[in-house]
Design a binder for this molecule. Structure first.
Ligand code: GLA
Length: 423
């Protein structure tokens, strides 16, 4: 049997050195030296497909980060020159910021240029203030956030660029690493969401960008997507002898395809049919029963699908509340059944799991995990398992062996203590 493959996070020194070296390789060492910013990927503990329904979710920031080395272009220039250490074949991409808009750029550059575009839009800044001009820049990115793994490599890229532009062009939003400005970061997160929705063309809900910008080390971020408010919930698994194992199944994960958008459309149509702003407004078993009756009265297969999608969203929001109540009570060892129930709901009602995710989750549980579930958008990507700290290796080995027996691509494993936000 092949040993599990671990994906370590770079240290800050390593990430910074890599970004600076990649910058020097691309732009030489003449001219102004760049500075380096970075932002984490995220893993969601619970509350999946709730963000675009005005619901609750509970992500943490990964220790795995995307680094950007950036310096401003000469005053008055709006030329952006971009390169990625992970896409050396793409060479240097160069264009005018004035030419960026919906439909003008694609691939990884859409996330970078989209953030610059969004921050320059009227009313994008705090209190609707006019944007100080976002000028051109030279930037090189590098990252240890696994790509296509459902761990928000795109949000990490957006958030790293957002804090870089904030500092470089004096937007005054992010605060410092020691004293983050959460309200300002919410503004940056909103710009990142616009970049993703309008420039990259992925209709995602906003959890990932908030996690990357607003999560705190040692905490899970309870995000209320109805009003964007947050609460930092202490989340110290090590103190309880536990660890969070992240399993990147390597099964393809893409949010730009139609399945994610279809889920969102079904939920929004159901809310409209129920006369609600969002599905968040459905409360308790009575509210759920009334909603089911109303949706079922339309008849046909579509109404059955709508009932199941709504059931997932409403029960998942309740599971977030229950999960947080257990954390607040210091009963983290008891959250396992909520993880399991979340997975079943995502698999059976929301239908966003897949064979690889189900196998990872079932094997983790059989190997002793307290609970496990898919995390992120689904259709591939990653699962999480809550395990005894001294059982991490054994659970990972069991999952690797199960994938090998099933003749699936070998998964990769990450450990993820709740880490620091973009800075
Ligand atoms: C992706 C999206 C998020 C969220 C999750 C599902 O990660 O980017 O906005 O909808 O899927 O919870």
């Amino acid at each position: 049997m092949t040993a599990p493959r671990w994906v370590p996070a770079w240290t800050a020194e390593e990430g910074t050195a890599r970004a600076l070296a990649a910058f020097a390789a691309r732009f030489g060492t003449d001219g102004a030296a760049p500075s380096v910013w970075s932002a984490p990927g995220r893993v969601n503990l619970i509350g999946e497909h709730t963000d675009y329904n005005g619901g609750l979710c509970l992500p943490i920031a990964l220790p795995h980060r995307t680094y950007v080395a950036l310096r401003p272009a000469p005053a008055g220039s709006d030329v952006v020159r971009l390169a990625s250490a992970q896409e050396p074949g793409a060479g240097l991409i160069e264009l005018h910021l004035a030419d960026v808009g919906p439909g003008t750029v694609d691939g990884w550059t859409a996330y970078v240029l989209g953030v610059a575009w969004a921050l320059g839009q009227p009313g994008a800044l705090r209190g609707g203030a006019d944007a100080p001009t976002i000028g051109g820049c030279d930037a090189v990115v590098d990252s240890c956030v696994p790509y296509g793994a459902g761990l928000s490599s795109s949000a990490a890229l957006e958030a790293s660029v957002a804090v870089a532009l904030d500092a470089t062009f004096g937007l005054g939003l992010a605060g410092t690493a020691e004293q983050p400005d959460d309200a300002g970061r919410a503004v940056l997160a909103a710009a990142c969401v616009r970049a993703e929705n309008e420039i990259a063309g992925a209709p995602t809900g906003g959890m990932d960008q908030s996690a990357s910008l607003r999560a705190q080390a040692g905490h899970a971020l309870l995000l209320d997507c109805l009003d964007g408010s947050v609460r930092q919930v202490p989340f110290d698994l090590a103190a309880h002898g536990l660890a969070l194992l992240v399993i990147d199944t390597r099964a393809e994960h893409a949010l730009v395809d139609g399945q994610y958008a279809a889920r969102r459309t079904t939920c929004e149509a159901a809310a409209t049919r129920l006369g609600l702003g969002t599905l968040r407004e459905i409360h308790g078993t009575g509210g759920l029963a009334a909603a089911f009756a109303s949706l079922a009265s339309a008849g046909g297969a579509d109404s059955d699908v709508a009932v199941r999608r709504v059931r997932h969203v409403v029960t998942e929001i309740a599971r977030v509340e229950d999960f947080v109540a257990l954390l607040d009570a210091g009963r983290v060892r008891e959250v396992g059944p909520l993880l399991d129930a979340s997975h079943a709901s995502l698999r059976d009602d929301y239908e966003v799991s897949c064979r690889e995710l189900d196998l990872a989750v079932a094997t983790a549980r059989a190997a002793g995990a307290l609970g496990a579930r898919m995390t992120g958008g689904g259709f591939g990507g990653s699962a999480i398992a809550l395990v005894e700290a001294d059982a991490v290796e054994a659970v990972a080995a069991a999952i690797a062996a199960a994938f090998e027996s099933a003749e699936l691509t070998a998964p990769a494993f990450l450990l993820s203590p709740p880490s620091a936000p973009a800075a």
